[in-house]
Design a protein around this ligand. Sequence first.
Ligand code: RUB
Length: 308
Amino acid sequence: MSVVDDTARKITDMSIRGAGRIARAGASAIGDFARTYEGKSLEGFLVDLDMAVDTLVASRPTAVSLWNGVHAAVKGVSDCGSLEEAIEKVSENADRFVEASSKAVETIAKIGAKRIKDGDTILTHCNSSAALGVIKEAHRQGKDIKVYATESRPWRQGILTVTDLANNGIDVTLVIDSAVRSVMKRIDKIFVGADTITSDGVLINKIGTSQLALAAHERRVPFYVCTETYKFSPMTLFGDMVVIEERDISEVVKPGEVPDSVKVFNPVFDSTPGRYIDALITEIGMISPGSVYGVMAGQLGETAFSKE
Ligand code: RUB
């Protein structure tokens, strides 16, 4: 199996998961594809590269990080004059994206940790490397913190979260998803990650994030989103809706567990409006959901708009 097919399969079956990791895996697969390309013509390479991009981008539909990571790897390749130049370009692009995206997580950790005070109790949801980076950095700085982490049915990514935090010596409590309102009275701040941020500042993240934000809003608990700016979705500027992935019902019920007539709905992500978000913690600083449009427009420049 080719590196592209293998990576796409691992992203689809969630052996590789989390918006940042799938973006880096997608970009790396494109870099490896280029480095190991055996064809002899530039034209053939560009056609095969397009197919590789499509295969990777289709492997999970919701997180724009994957789209952005894969497209960052192929940026400018159509302007190359030879196969060698194209291969080098893609390979360098891919490496640059992986390095910059890893660095972004570190920068977010440093910025976000300033929002955590000694004695804070924090709630997080699912398993976000950006959010966990913030929490672990605060702990590393010697702040005395407690963390509540949701289980995140049905995949139970919360198990990864509590294991990671416990292994880092952090006081952590696992709660089931439906306990978030109940524990909210103990929580000082919430830190979650992002799969996609839309141009109007809506957060798309693991299912359950929006009910957590609502419960936080009701009790006036600050709700922070830790997000690299490559999770901002350029397509939403042009009016496209984010596709919310639905996964197989076998993730929710065992075969024969419920009558055949029962329908099971298994959405993987949900949308949290910007008005429930106190700030986005990004590698370019803390910004409000209302500033996302400006950042995106600046990143895309005029060329993106002139495509329409
Ligand atoms: C993971 C999830 C995470 C974001 C951000 O969902 O929703 O909060 O992807 O993660 P899944 P990170 O397990 O379905 O991929 O901060 O690591 O990019």
